[in-house]
Design a protein around this ligand. Structure first.
Ligand SMILES: NC(=O)c1ccc[n+]([C@@H]2O[C@H](COP(=O)([O-])OP(=O)(O)OC[C@H]3O[C@@H](n4cnc5c(N)ncnc54)[C@H](O)[C@@H]3O)[C@@H](O)[C@H]2O)c1
Ligand SMILES: O=C(O)C[C@H](O)C(=O)O
Length: 242
């Protein structure tokens, strides 16, 4: 089962939960982790829009697990510990829409060219690997819990006034400061995951790491854009065609 296969079940669940948010707690911060995140976040946005309570700075798709996996798999290739590396991962949260920017790892590391394709593939399809191994009994539940906790904790710290907190997250670009620049760089897509600075009001500033992407990463981005545009339309139409 792919994340997209989950659409049929989860689209309605997310729609109904977010309808509750729109009606009863419209100022809530909504962190969507249910798959397919690429489509469930657009569904949440459409529901909130239809109730005239949409604020893009309060809606987040949780993509932290891709960054957790990326730093883990990078450390397996170059040595050290996962916590030694910060790997920007942009795009979406499924297969080829997950784009690790390995040229921007900090501290900078050299990935041997004969290991590059396999490493990128493992980062993109690590979640599918787990789903397949669990054979119908769920997904990467514990790592998802860790990723969800990590993101929620960062947001709570930022809401509490701590500064300089940046997390990767899948956001509605036109509604977040700095998002329009990213949107231009991704051919007009409305949703895309980039590192976002969190603050007392939610998403305060999206950063755009795309201009520094190398040729290899530009190729990955092209494939991601195609996949994402289909996923986003699917989410939006699920609500607009009701
Ligand atoms: N974004 C990520 O990084 C990430 C990572 C892993 C899994 N996921 C997604 O998280 C979701 C949960 O994964 P899991 O492995 O824990 O699945 P799971 O099947 O183990 O658990 C799903 C839970 O949802 C409950 N549920 C079903 N319908 C519901 C409803 N209408 N309202 C409220 N709860 C309902 C079920 O009772 C069950 O406890 C899936 O959509 C999965 O794809 C996301
Ligand atoms: O639930 C899935 O399909 C996989 C999950 O999104 C993951 O990244 O582990």
């Amino acid at each position: 089962m792919t994340r997209d296969d989950l659409f049929k079940i989860n689209a309605g669940i997310v729609r109904d939960l977010v309808t509750g948010v729109a009606k009863f707690c419209p100022k809530a911060f909504v962190l969507v982790i249910s798959n397919p995140v690429n489509s469930t976040v657009p569904i949440a946005a459409e529901v909130l829009k239809s109730h005239n309570v949409f604020d893009a700075t309060r809606l987040f798709g949780v993509t932290s697990l891709d960054v957790v996996r990326a730093s883990t798999f990078v450390s397996e290739v170059v040595g050290g510990s996962p916590t030694d590396y910060k790997v920007p991962v942009v795009g979406g949260h499924s297969g080829e829409t997950i784009v690790p920017l390995l040229s921007q790892i900090t501290p900078s590391v050299e990935i041997p060219s004969d290991k590059l394709d396999a490493l990128v593939n493992r980062i993109q399809f690590g979640g599918d690997e787990v789903v397949k191994a669990k054979d119908g009994t769920g997904s990467a539940t514990l790592s998802m819990a860790y990723a969800g906790f990590k993101f929620a904790e960062s947001l709570l710290r930022a809401l509490g006034g701590e500064t300089g907190i940046v997390e990767p997250t899948y956001v509605y670009l036109p509604g977040v400061k700095g998002g329009e620049e990213v949107q231009k760089a991704v051919g007009g897509l409305e949703f895309f995951a980039v590192p976002v600075e969190l603050g007392p009001t939610g998403a305060v500033q999206a950063t755009n790491p795309l201009p520094q992407a190398n040729e290899y990463e530009q190729g990955l981005l092209e494939a991601a854009k195609k996949g994402l545009s289909v996923n986003i339309v699917k989410g939006v139409e699920f609500i607009s065609k009701l």
